[in-house]
Design a protein around this ligand. Sequence first.
Ligand code: CMP
Length: 139
Amino acid sequence: AKERTLSIIKPDATQRNITGKIIDRLENAGLRVVAQKRLKLTKEQAEGFYAVHKERPFFNDLVSFMTSGPVVVQVLEGDDAVAKNREVMGATNPADAAPGTIRADFAESIEANSVHGSDAPETAEQEIAFFFKDDEIVG
Ligand code: CMP
């Protein structure tokens, strides 16, 4: 069924000017960009977005990385968008990511791993609402 997911192109990718290459992979997988903006996250935004990870040892590094440069946040739409996006991203750690996935081909490390994607439809809804108003999403 038609579904939406939240995608973030991370600072390591904006820094290397490869946002277009990443969007090409998403579109080729049948996902449609129905909302998009480029912004520099504040510390508060990054902490809020990743609140679920706040007890993790990597939390502070994650927040500083995610605020180190611009990100591109997107709403992707398509059949089984959450799962499809995760498939095209590949595993969190690029060392474990399948050949041909975004992270296998572009990510630098488990932290600088080029993209984020929602992990389930329920989280997708929350993550989309974190960044976008309804009228900013045009399907
Ligand atoms: P993301 O999908 O954005 O969600 C949380 C992020 O934490 C994850 O991608 C990784 O980039 C980052 N991260 C950094 N270190 C780790 C780690 N040791 N285990 C899991 N995620 C990590």
